[in-house]
Design a protein around this ligand. Structure first.
Ligand code: GLU
Length: 274
């Protein structure tokens, strides 16, 4: 598959990471959210795409409201921050989408939902219904209730599972790095970006494992590569790109050589209705 074919893809999951949504001093970057929403609305309204958002940023924006400068270690405090921040986050999305004439629907998920067939099917139906009525689904992990056994812990994995659940054609992971580098960009100067990955083998996995975890987000490059592997093996494609780059989503859909493009590697199709 070539990048020029991306424009023909109908359904996309866009994962927006904490580091994209927040400023260096840990505030929710509403103007950046406005710009991302503007792009998403263009894709939906002008290009007829279906977009499902997986958003991070709940804990971070909760910390901002509560005046907590450092990310707490205690689970109860993290869950309290997520509870405060999730509603603030949704308020921002809801306002900005409404200004563009679109409604949003919030869905908070935990890992167990994906393994219990009845619950999985139910969430899937809800998501398809939202899309049918032109409502933009905005998903996050249900951080304020998730305990270890039912937790994803990072939204890269959640977005990969979501891509499969809604049978999306592409997973777009927006982070604060331009893509996958052959070495860690935060530690090395002489680095090269990898633009195309045909198959995720040992070498790519190793690069991911060496990548630094992000400061306020959870995953880092390791979970992004794992997410890319998960979806590409199911016949979907994936892009890791910088969510702070102006018009990044339009540029991806135009087929520009931007971000790291992971080609579908598997034949598996799950046959879910569209
Ligand atoms: N679910 C977390 C939040 O909204 C973020 C997880 C992640 O950064 O991957 O704060």
């Amino acid at each position: 598959m070539s990048r020029s074919e991306i424009k023909d893809l109908k359904r996309a999951v866009v994962k927006i990471g904490t580091n994209v949504l927040t400023t260096p001093d840990n505030r929710l970057d509403t103007s950046l959210i406005e710009h991302l929403v503007e792009q998403i609305c263009y894709l939906i309204k002008k290009m007829g795409k279906e977009i499902i958002i997986v958003t991070s940023g709940a804990i971070s924006s909760g910390m901002q409201i509560l005046g907590w400068k450092k990310k707490p270690k205690q689970i109860n405090k993290l869950q309290a921050a997520a509870s405060v921040g999730q509603s603030r986050l949704m308020r921002v999305y809801e306002r900005v989408f409404r200004e563009e004439g679109l409604n949003v629907g919030q869905i908070l998920l935990t890992r167990d939902i994906f393994s219990i067939p009845e619950r999985r099917k139910n969430v899937q139906k809800t998501l398809f219904t939202l899309l049918k009525y032109n409502i933009v689904p905005i998903i996050n992990e249900n951080d304020s209730v998730a305990v270890d056994e039912i937790k994803f812990g990072d939204n890269d994995t959640l977005s990969a599972f979501t891509t499969e659940l809604v049978n999306a054609d592409i997973l777009i992971l927006l982070s604060d790095v331009d893509g996958l580098y052959d070495r860690d960009p935060k530690l090395n100067k002489k680095i090269k970006m990898i633009y195309e990955v045909k198959k995720i083998g040992k070498k790519i996995i190793e690069i991911g494992e060496k990548g630094a975890p992000s400061d306020n987000g959870v995953g880092g490059m390791k979970t992004k590569i794992e997410a890319a592997k998960y979806v590409t093996e199911k016949g979907k494609c994936c892009i890791i790109a910088n969510g702070k780059t102006p018009w990044i989503l339009q540029r991806i859909f135009k087929g520009e050589r931007i971000g790291t493009f992971f080609h579908p590697s598997g034949e598996e199709k799950d046959g879910v209705e569209k």
